[in-house]
Design a binder for this molecule. Structure first.
Ligand code: AMP
Ligand code: ZN
Length: 464
């Protein structure tokens, strides 16, 4: 049985959907810029959840939203709308900005084999629904009006903080010096913002012209398409303390029901061990990785090697290792495909059950990949190739797109290099990492790359 780690209950739980089709909402991109590889890791995670559910025989009803208004520079209510800022910087209308980055976003998803959820919901297509929702919250006494907008009154909602475990008084202590003195609590958040006449994106509302808050978008669009209670909500871990907490408050204030049964969160991607940020110049896009000679599948493969609840550190060494490892895998599969021999049914069944167990254990994709890596070491047989294609329904690595089969070409290494490689292996075994590193440098200086991949050390001449 499929099990997921639920952020809300902080336990791994059996997955029991409400109906025939699993209802799932995923927080989508704010389309003010290109998606970076960290964002894309989170969408690969969404895709893996969807593929695993399908593999387990479920039908899906998934919603992915496109935030094209209302996401301010900080996840709380501070700063300018990201769309408006991009519009000024690029001298285009926010609608042109949204259209362009939405198009590129879906191209990126396509390159990464991330399937499109059944429903794509754009925030600006749902403004009237949002206004109605805010009116209902006001009527129910969970919201109040100030001179600059309508705010959610978090002290009225008892369960505030249940997803992140944060206490209300801690939130007061942690809040910045309050700019908006009309708010009843520092963590009260805007449902609707009143716009000044110069603001580009604004709509008529009972409170004058304005635009919606970011959190209300996800409550409105999830409940509109999936109902008051649905199965899964996914997103990145950064959304737990504010965005998802606020979604819960809005949903549950209005319906009195627990709105989401399983909250799934993907961990962050780091770059060179640190935060990704535009100022550090390390927010790579898929197009940039392609320019550097990597295929989008190398990146997907790189992501699949880490469990979704573990931080993943992006480095170009790691990408090189992923590239080499994936190419070897494809080459091995091409040889299996070309072989008419059979693999015993019990052997295939054993791999199948190990694979299924890994997937069902909170989506342990690295373990599932390990099963595939062991299987390809079997004597060459078309059955192994077909088994890999079966697994690929979850991996989504395009394992059917194979190079022409070639024998593993292993031009013998010059003896002095082979000797250094052996010494390095011994140093690593003895945990003498300083020595291992200096041996690596010597190998590099002598014109060879050395990569540690999950199926062994690969040494190749450095291309001139
Ligand atoms: P945004 O467009 O900022 O709302 O982000 C889109 C998605 O990417 C959200 O689900 C975020 O949680 C996720 N995200 C943002 N930064 C990272 C990162 N460094 N690693 C993984 N996911 C991220
Ligand atoms: Zn959201």
């Amino acid at each position: 049985m499929l099990k997921f780690y639920n952020t809300l209950t902080r336990t791994k739980q059996d997955f029991e959907p409400l109906g025939k089709a699993v209802t799932m909402y995923s927080c989508g991109p704010t389309v003010y810029s290109y998606a970076h590889i960290g964002n894309l890791r989170t969408y690969i995670f969404m895709d893996l959840v969807r593929r695993a559910l399908r593999y387990e025989g479920y039908k899906l009803k998934g919603v992915l939203n496109i935030t094209d208004v209302g996401h301010l520079m900080a996840d709380s209510d501070d700063g300018e709308d990201k769309m408006v800022q991009a519009s000024r910087a690029e001298k285009k209308s926010p609608w042109e900005i949204a259209e362009y980055y939405t198009k590129v976003f879906f191209e990126d998803l396509g390159k990464l084999n991330i399937g499109r959820p059944e429903i794509i919901a754009k925030a600006t297509d749902h403004i009237n629904d949002m206004i109605k929702y805010v009116e209902a919250l006001l009527e129910a006494g969970y919201a109040y009006e100030t001179s600059d907008g309508i705010y959610f009154d978090i002290q009225k909602f008892e369960g505030y903080g249940k997803l992140s475990g944060a206490k209300l008084d801690e939130q007061i202590a942690g809040a910045r010096v309050e700019v908006n003195s009309e708010k009843r609590h520092p963590a009260d958040f805007a449902l609707w913002k009143k716009a000044d006449p110069l603001h580009i994106m604004q709509w008529d509302s009972p409170w004058g012209k304005g635009y919606p808050g970011w959190h209300i978008e996800c409550s409105v669009m999830s409940q509109k398409y999936l109902g008051e209670v649905f199965d899964i909500h996914s997103g990145g871990v950064d959304h737990i303390p504010i965005h998802h907490e606020n979604e819960i408050a809005q949903n549950e204030a209005l319906t009195g029901k627990q709105s989401v049964n399983y909250w799934l969160h993907g961990e962050f991607m780091l770059v060179d061990g640190g935060k990704m940020s535009k100022s550090l110049g390390n927010t790579y896009t898929i197009a940039q990785l392609e320019e550097k000679g990597y295929s989008p599948m190398d990146f997907r493969f790189f992501c699949l090697n880490a469990h979704y609840r573990k931080k993943l550190n992006f480095t170009f060494d790691g990408m090189d290792a992923a590239k080499v490892s994936r190419e070897r895998l494809l080459n091995q599969l091409a040889q299996h495909k070309a072989s008419p021999a059979k693999t015993p049914a019990e052997t295939l069944a054993k791999y199948r059950s190990e694979f299924k167990a890994a997937i069902e254990d909170d989506l342990n994709i690295p373990l599932a990949l390990g099963v595939l890596f062991t299987a390809v070491k079997e004597p060459k047989s078309i059955d192994i190739y077909n088994l890999a294609l079966e697994f690929d329904k979850v991996f989504g690595l395009s394992l059917d797109k194979l190079p022409a089969p070639k024998k593993e070409e292993s031009a013998p290494l010059p003896p002095e290099i082979a000797e250094l490689v052996e010494q390095r292996a011994a140093a690593k075994k003895n945990r003498d990492f300083a020595l291992a590193d200096s041996l690596r440098t010597r190998i590099n200086e002598m014109g060879y790359n050395i990569l540690d991949t999950r199926d062994g050390v690969v040494v190749t001449p450095i291309e001139k």
